[in-house]
Design a protein. Structure first.
Length: 256
């Protein structure tokens, strides 16, 4: 039976908090946008669509560039710094909304999802550095299971939390979970040795690596299919994000 080592347990707990936080701030932001629309007496669909675009845009813009950058840095440092900055960003969101309304709030959301673009490849790259090769499959399955549990649990509990605590307090709780996650990730220090060779590589090598990714996409049919499926998933999720929320709000028995 697979027994996760201490560092993998710390990574798993941090991932549990981060994944739960991802769902919690999403529910809080949807609640904020729809409540604002109801207060103003306007249709919530345009604001929900804008929120979906702001969440997706950093991935489209920066994901192809993030991997080679992360590969030149300490993976643990990337995880800790991005998680801490995500926590600070989420804690800032209520003040951003109070000061400048949804415009500044959407800027904060854009920053949050830009940080995600750097956090995710670092998290994906760290398991081989904290478990033996023969345990890698079990370790990745362990981490994937945690994400599933966190997503399902946080979606169920997060709806209750936003409903009873309000979107503002839900965001505060979410920000704290990110900061706790960052503290847990500090325990991974020493897991990923510094990559001195790649740190010395210049911009020409960096752009060559970025270009190689696009070349692989052009040559590989499985890669193109994966990217197409990923884009279809995001498009479908965006439609559900807008239409589903509006449908639920307009269903019988719901508050107008």
């Amino acid at each position: 039976m697979f027994r996760p080592p201490a560092k993998l347990q710390a990574l798993g707990l941090a991932q549990l908090l981060s994944a739960a936080g991802d769902r919690l701030h999403y529910l809080a932001l949807v609640a904020l946008v729809t409540a604002r629309a109801a207060t103003l007496g306007v249709d919530a669909a345009p604001a929900l669509l804008t929120l979906a675009v702001v969440m997706l845009l950093p991935t489209l813009l920066f994901a192809p560039l993030a991997g080679p950058i992360v590969d030149r840095l300490s993976l643990v440092a990337v995880l800790v710094v991005t998680d801490a900055l995500r926590g600070i960003t989420v804690l800032f969101m209520p003040a951003a909304y109070d000061r400048a309304g949804v415009d500044l709030l959407f800027v904060a959301v854009f920053l949050l999802f830009t940080l995600n673009v750097f956090f995710l490849p670092a998290r994906a790259a760290i398991p081989p550095r904290i478990v033996h090769r023969d345990q890698l499959l079990a370790a990745n399955a362990f981490l994937a299971l945690i994400i599933v549990i966190a997503t399902i649990g946080a979606t169920a509990i997060g709806g209750w939390a936003v409903d009873h605590l309000g979107w503002r307090n839900a965001l505060y709780v979410d920000g704290i979970t990110y900061l706790i996650s960052a503290l847990l990730l500090i325990s991974l220090r020493g897991s990923a040795p510094p990559r001195t060779t790649r740190r010395r590589a210049g911009w020409r090598v960096y752009w060559a690596e970025v270009l190689s990714g696009f070349q692989l996409l052009a040559r590989s049919t499985p890669a193109r299919r994966s990217v197409t499926a990923w884009l279809g998933l995001w498009i479908g999720a965006g439609v559900l994000h807008v239409a589903g929320t509006i449908h639920i709000q307009n269903s019988p028995g719901q508050m107008k």
